[in-house]
Design a protein around this ligand. Structure first.
Ligand code: TXE
Length: 707
C-alpha cells in the first residue's frame, strides 16, 4: 500500500464544505426545535441560514437526507462526548458513570436539543433510515455499558445489567426532557438517580459472587472480545477460538478476537446474498450517496480511528491522523462519485439490430488484508466493490483486526444495507475458507508473494477472479542533475515512512556516482534526526514494527547485510531506551557500498532498511533496476524531464514517480508488474476488477433461419 495521498491541497476546500454542512445542520436543529418535525422544510432552513434552497439540496439531497444528517450529527456528538468521558475514567465503575453522564448531560436535555431528539425518535417509527441511526446509537451505548460491566460482574449478569441500565438512562432522559419546566439541575438529579440505581444493582448482582473485595486484588481486567461483523451486526460465537491483538509499541494485549470459521462464513454468505440483491437493485447514485456518508463518518471520527490504528499497528499518530483514515475516506468518496457513472455502452450493429452492454456486479466478493495499512486496505477494496453493487466479505490481518471491525459498524451506521459489508477476522485458515468458497466470485489480497501464489492457486478451483497487491523491492534512481534535497526526501519517505513497512518502498536507492558523497551526507544528517519513540506522542516520527517476530526478521536481514560486506552507516539496532523495551523498535538503517547480489538488495525486508548503490550510466542503472522478480514501483529523480519520462518508460514497475516518491492518490491506478501483483486498485481501473460485462444483442427484424 502506498503511504500518502496528496491531501493538503484538498483540505481547505473540504474544510469550508464541512463548515457549511455544519452550519446547515445547526440551523436545522434550531428550526426543528421551533416549528417541529413536520413543518421543517428545506426552504425554511435555507431562509433561516440565508442561503438558497438549491444549496441545501446540493449538500443533503432532500428533506430526508437533511434530517438523517442532523440526527447523525447529534448522535455522533453524543458518542464523542461519551468517548472522551470514557477515556478520562480509570475504573470500571467510573466508566459506567461516564456513559450515564454523557447521555444525561444537561446539553442533551435542554429544551432545544431535547425537542429535536424527541422529534427524531418519534419519526424513526416511520423511517428506516432514521431507525438505523437510532439502532446504531443504542448499540453503542449498550456496548460501552457491557464493556464496563464486564469487569464488575460475571458475563451473563453484565449483559442483563447493561440492558437494564440502558433502559433506565432512556427512561430518565425521557422523563426529564418531557418535564413541563426544565432546568439544568434536572439533569443532575437524573444522573444521581441513575448512579444510585446502578450501585444498588451492582451490589445485588455481586452477592454470592467472588468479585474482588477491598483491598482490591490487582487482577488484569478481562480483554474485550470482538466477534465477526455479519449482516450489519456483531455476530458473537461463544465457542469460537480467539486470538489476541496486541499493541506492538508496548506489548499490551488489546482485545481477544473471534476467529471466523465455516459457520460464520456461511452466515456471512447468506447475509451477503440477501444484502447484495437489495444493493444491486439501487441506482448507482443511491449507492454513491450512502458510500459518501461512510466517507463523512470516517472523516468525522478521524482522530479516534487514527489512535486505534496507531495502537494496533505501532505506526506514529503523526502518520495515522493524516494518512490512514483520510486515504480510506478519499477512496470511498471517489468511488461514491463514480458509482452513478458505471454504465455499459450502446453498439451500432446496422439497421437490423442493435447491441448494448451492461456492467453488472460480480455478486459476493472477498477482500483479505495485510497489517501495514489495515483501514486503508479495507477501504481500498470495499469502496470499488460496493460502488459496483457487490457485497464484500473482508478478512483483516490477524495482527491488526480492529479498524476493519470499526469500518463494519460505520458502514451500517451510514446506511449500507445489512450483509453488504461483512468482516470475518481470522488467520490464514479463514482466508483459505474465503478463497475456496464457491459463492465468492472474486478475491482481492494484499500480502506477501507466497500468500499471493497460494490464494491464486486455490482460487483456480472455483475460477474466481483475483487481484493481488504483493511485495516489492523497488528502485529509486537519482541522476546527477537531481535536486539533492528532494531526492533525499524521496528516499527517506520511500524507506522510513511507517518504519519501512510499505510495499511500494524504494529500498534500492541507486545514486549517480558523481553525487554520491553529497547525497549520503544529507541523507545521514536527516536520518539521524528522525524521532523514534512512543507512537502516540505527536512528536514521534517512527514507531514500532508490527511484531516481535517481524522485528527479529528485520534484524536478521540487517545482520546478513553486514556479514555480506555492505557498510552499515547508521541505525539498524533494536531500541529499548526510555521504556521502549516492551515494544519492537528498530532505528533507521542505511547501508552503503551495496552490491546487486547481496540479500539486503534482493529481498523484501519490510522494515527501516535502505540500501544505497552507485551507478555510472542511464543504460546500466535501468538494467540493474529491472533485475528483480518484483515490479511494484519505481522512482526517478532528475531535472531533465525528457530523461525522466524516457527512463520511467523502460522501468518494469506498475506504479512510478518522477521527482517524488510514494504518493498514491486515489485517482491513479495502483498495482504491480511481475511478482508484485495482478490487477489494479483505485482509479477507474478498479471498477473493471469488480464488475462483469453482459452483452445484449437486440434483433430489430425477423429472424432469418435457413430451416
Ligand atoms: O503477509 P501474509 P503477512 C509482505 C511483507 C511481509 C510479509 C508477511 O514482506 O513481511 O508480506 O506479512 C492472509 N489463504 N507484506 O504475514 O502472510 C493473512 O491472514 C488466504 C506486503 O501479513 O501474506 C493476511 O490477512 N489468505 C504487503 C494476509 O493473507 C491467507 C503488506 C496477508 O498475509 C493465507 C504486508 C491463505 N493461505 C506484508 N495465508 C503489501 N503488499 O503491502 C495468509 N493469509
Amino acid at each position: 500500500m502506498g503511504p500518502r495521498s496528496p491531501v493538503e491541497s484538498r483540505v481547505s476546500r473540504r474544510d469550508s464544505e464541512d463548515v457549511r454542512r455544519k452550519q446547515l445542520i445547526d440551523t436545522t436543529i434550531l428550526v426543528m426545535a421551533q416549528v417541529g418535525f413536520n413543518a421543517t422544510t428545506l426552504g425554511l432552513i435555507a431562509k433561516q441560514a440565508g442561503v438558497s434552497t438549491g444549496l441545501v439540496a446540493h449538500y443533503f439531497g432532500d428533506k430526508d437526507g437533511l434530517l438523517e444528517a442532523t440526527l447523525r450529527s447529534l448522535a455522533s456528538r453524543l458518542s464523542r462526548a461519551a468517548a472522551s468521558r470514557l477515556r478520562a475514567a480509570s475504573t470500571p465503575r467510573a466508566r459506567l458513570q461516564a456513559v450515564i453522564d454523557a447521555n444525561l448531560a444537561p446539553e442533551e436535555m435542554d429544551q432545544q436539543t431535547g425537542a429535536v431528539w424527541l422529534a427524531f425518535w418519534g419519526q424513526a417509527i416511520h423511517s428506516d433510515r432514521l431507525k438505523r441511526v437510532q439502532r446504531i446509537y443504542q448499540l453503542r451505548v449498550l456496548s460501552n455499558l457491557r464493556h464496563a460491566l464486564g469487569q464488575l460482574a460475571p458475563p451473563a449478569e453484565a449483559e442483563r445489567l447493561a440492558i437494564i441500565i440502558a433502559a433506565i438512562i432512556d427512561g430518565l432522559w425521557l422523563r426529564t426532557t418531557l418535564a413541563a419546566s426544565w432546568s439544568p439541575s434536572d439533569a443532575e438529579a437524573a444522573r444521581r438517580i441513575a448512579a444510585g440505581f446502578v450501585d444498588s444493582q451492582l451490589a445485588a448482582s455481586m452477592e454470592g459472587y467472588a468479585m474482588p473485595s477491598s483491598p482490591p486484588v490487582p487482577a488484569a481486567p478481562p480483554l474485550p472480545r470482538y466477534p465477526s461483523w455479519i449482516g450489519g451486526r456483531a455476530a458473537p460465537d461463544a465457542s469460537a477460538e480467539t486470538f489476541v491483538t496486541a499493541n506492538p509499541a508496548t506489548g499490551e494485549a488489546m482485545a481477544a478476537i473471534e476467529i471466523a470459521g465455516a459457520a460464520q462464513l456461511e452466515a456471512a454468505i447468506s447475509a451477503a446474498r440477501a444484502g447484495q440483491r437489495l444493493w444491486a437493485r439501487m441506482t448507482g447514485v443511491e449507492r454513491g450517496r450512502i458510500l459518501r456518508r461512510v466517507a463523512d463518518i470516517l472523516r468525522a471520527r478521524n482522530d479516534e480511528l487514527a489512535e486505534l490504528e496507531t495502537r494496533d499497528t505501532g505506526k506514529p499518530i503523526q502518520e495515522t491522523r493524516v494518512v490512514d483514515v483520510v486515504s480510506g475516506a478519499d477512496c470511498l468518496e471517489y468511488f461514491a462519485g463514480l458509482a452513478g457513472g458505471i454504465t455499459g455502452e450502446s453498439v451500432d450493429l446496422g439497421p437490423s439490430a442493435m447491441g448494448y452492454t451492461r456492467r453488472e456486479p460480480l455478486g459476493i466478493v472477498a477482500g483479505i488484508g495485510a497489517w501495514n495499512y489495515p483501514l486503508q486496505i479495507a477501504c481500498w477494496k470495499s469502496a470499488p466493490a460496493l460502488a459496483c453493487g457487490n457485497a464484500m466479505i473482508f478478512k483483516p490481518s490477524e495482527l491488526t483486526p480492529l479498524t476493519a471491525l470499526k469500518l463494519g459498524e460505520i458502514m451500517t451506521e451510514a446506511g449500507v444495507p445489512d450483509g453488504v459489508f461483512n468482516v470475518l477476522p481470522g488467520d490464514g485458515r479463514t482466508g483459505g475458507l474465503l478463497t475456496a468458497h464457491p459463492a465468492i466470485r472474486k478475491i482481492s489480497l494484499t500480502g506477501s508473494v507466497p500468500t499471493g501464489k497460494r490464494v491464486m492457486a486455490a482460487a483456480a478451483e472455483t475460477l474466481k477472479q483475483v487481484t493481488l497487491e504483493l511485495g516489492g523491492k523497488s528502485p529509486i534512481l537519482v541522476f546527477e542533475d537531481a535536486d539533492i534535497e528532494n531526492a533525499v526526501s524521496g528516499a527517506l519517505l520511500g524507506n522510513f515512512y511507517s518504519a519501512g513497512e510499505v510495499c511500494s518502498n524504494g529500498t534500492r536507492v541507486f545514486v549517480h556516482r558523481s553525487i554520491r558523497e553529497r547525497f549520503l551526507t544529507r541523507l545521514l544528517e536527516r536520518t539521524r534526526k528522525i524521532v523514534l519513540g512512543d507512537p502516540l506522542d505527536p512528536a514521534t516520527q517512527m514507531g514500532a514494527l508490527i511484531s516481535e517476530a517481524h522485528m527479529e526478521k528485520v534484524l536478521g536481514h540487517i545482520a546478513r547485510g553486514v556479514a555480506e560486506g555492505a557498510k552499515l552507516l547508521c541505525g539498524g539496532e533494536r531500541v529499548t531506551r526510555g521504556g521502549l523495551d516492551r515494544g519492537y523498535f528498530v532505528s533507521p538503517a542505511i547501508f552503503d557500498g551495496c552490491t546487486d547480489d547481496q540479500s539486503i538488495v534482493r529481498e523484501e525486508i519490510f522494515g527501516p532498511v535502505m540500501a544505497v548503490l552507485s551507478f555510472d550510466t542511464e543504460e546500466e542503472v535501468i538494467a540493474r533496476a529491472n533485475a528483480t522478480e518484483f515490479g511494484l514501483s519505481a522512482g526517478v529523480f532528475t531535472k531533465d524531464l525528457a530523461r525522466g519520462h524516457r527512463v520511467i518508460a523502460q522501468l518494469e514497475a506498475g506504479t512510478c514517480w518522477i521527482n517524488t516518491y510514494n504518493i498514491t492518490p486515489i485517482e491513479l491506478p495502483f498495482g504491480g508488474y511481475k511478482l508484485s501483483g495482478l490487477g489494479r486498485e483505485n482509479s477507474r481501473a478498479a471498477l473493471d476488477h469488480y464488475s462483469q460485462i453482459k452483452s445484449v444483442y437486440v434483433a430489430l427484424t425477423d429472424v432469418e433461419a435457413p430451416y
